[in-house]
Design a protein around this ligand. Structure first.
Ligand SMILES: NC(=O)c1ccc[n+]([C@@H]2O[C@H](COP(=O)([O-])OP(=O)(O)OC[C@H]3O[C@@H](n4cnc5c(N)ncnc54)[C@H](OP(=O)(O)O)[C@@H]3O)[C@@H](O)[C@H]2O)c1
Length: 321
């Protein structure tokens, strides 16, 4: 199987190589095409015991079966149609096509049926949305979900390499000129991820619109997205108004059965516990003492794996059957 990774030198692209190496290459031989911009053309990446040279995507579009994109929206808009024209299925991590009605937006554990009928491009949702919909899906199916209120605590790696470099420079007392953050992030928290429109940041709009598309329900999702000085791992305080009043044991039972969830009950995970893991860790699960429909939880996942690379590779695996 020929697989291109566009953005192979980035945080998500490098994680994609690791996840492909773990989950695909042992079963299906992978002929890899690592691509990036001219900045890193000629660099070497190792994959499944072999060294490959990174090529500048501008130098030509290879003919591949799958192309995993993680190089930002403008690159996706420009190159996804060209890869599709050359016969590839593109699995895109950027926000370029996520809300396009012709493009499926898929979390394989949640809405695999949406994969069928794609026309060459499949979108991977935003990292904070993926971990939240995995938590919401079993609740929706078993009890109904009427409203979701969420506050996120998102790591700097969610903003790519430049986010990590900005934190590291500030930790050493310096500044990073190309910081993606609107304020200092070291010893700080920033309640803004992306531009603000009508009071909500881009990340908060993504959590609303993408959750609705994936779950096929117009559920109100009221998000406050916050950047925190953590390297890897997004945490979320999620409050869900259920459609019914199940006993907490029934909630535990549906979460326990759902793939990709580790239900920690009263305990909890922190970002350092989940780095390098693929599961969504649900903890501090409780009903409000005065509202038996109001369920709260602390939901944590590795944004580079579960929130990006692992989801993309799981889409690929569903498509190859
Ligand atoms: N980080 C996350 O947690 C996360 C989660 C979900 C989705 N995403 C999405 O995934 C994408 C990549 O994120 P990231 O965190 O991996 O960013 P990153 O670390 O900054 O990496 C960006 C990658 O894109 C490549 N690139 C940039 N401009 C390019 C161009 N004009 N042509 C070809 N390649 C180009 C870079 O190659 P060079 O080495 O040549 O510069 C690099 O490989 C973004 O769309 C982001 O929104 C990220």
């Amino acid at each position: 199987m020929r697989v291109a990774v566009l953005g192979a030198t980035g945080l998500v692209g490098r994680t994609m190589l690791r996840v492909l190496e773990e989950k695909v290459a042992p079963q299906i031989p992978v002929d890899l095409y690592p691509l990036a911009s001219k900045r890193s053309a000629g660099r070497k990446v190792t994959f499944f015991g072999r060294e490959y040279e990174v090529r500048d995507v501008e130098d030509g579009i290879p003919r591949v079966d799958f192309a995993l994109f993680s190089a930002g929206s403008s690159v996706s808009r420009m190159y996804a149609p060209l890869f599709v024209d050359r016969g590839a299925i593109v699995i895109d991590n950027s926000s370029a096509f996520r809300l396009d009605p012709k493009v499926p937006l898929v979390v394989p554990h949640v809405n695999p049926e949406d994969l069928y009928g794609h026309s060459g491009i499949i979108a991977n949702p935003n990292c904070s949305t993926i971990q939240m919909v995995i938590f919401l899906k079993p609740l929706l199916d078993a009890f109904g979900v009427e409203e979701v209120h969420v506050v996120t605590f998102q790591s700097v790696s969610g903003a790519g390499y430049s986010g990590v470099l900005a934190l590291e420079a500030e930790e050493e007392g310096g500044v990073f000129d190309d910081t993606p953050f609107p304020r200092r992030i070291h010893r700080n928290v920033i309640p803004q991820i992306g531009e603000v429109h009508e009071g909500y940041s881009q990340e908060e709009w993504k959590m609303l619109n993408e959750t609705r598309k994936i779950l096929h329900r117009d559920i109100p999702v009221n998000a406050t997205a916050v950047r925190v000085p953590v390297k890897v791992g997004h945490s979320e305080a999620v409050h869900v108004l259920l459609g019914s009043t199940p006993p907490i044991e029934d909630v535990h039972a549906v979460l326990d059965e759902f793939p990709a969830i580790v239900n920690l009950r009263d305990d909890y995970a922190t970002p350092v516990d989940v780095e390098g893991r693929d599961d969504v860790f649900v903890g501090r699960l409780r009903f409000h003492p005065e509202n038996p429909r109001l369920l709260s939880a602390w939901v944590v996942a590795d944004n580079l794996r579960r929130g990006a690379a692992t989801n993309a590779v799981e889409i690929l695996l569903r498509l190859v059957g």
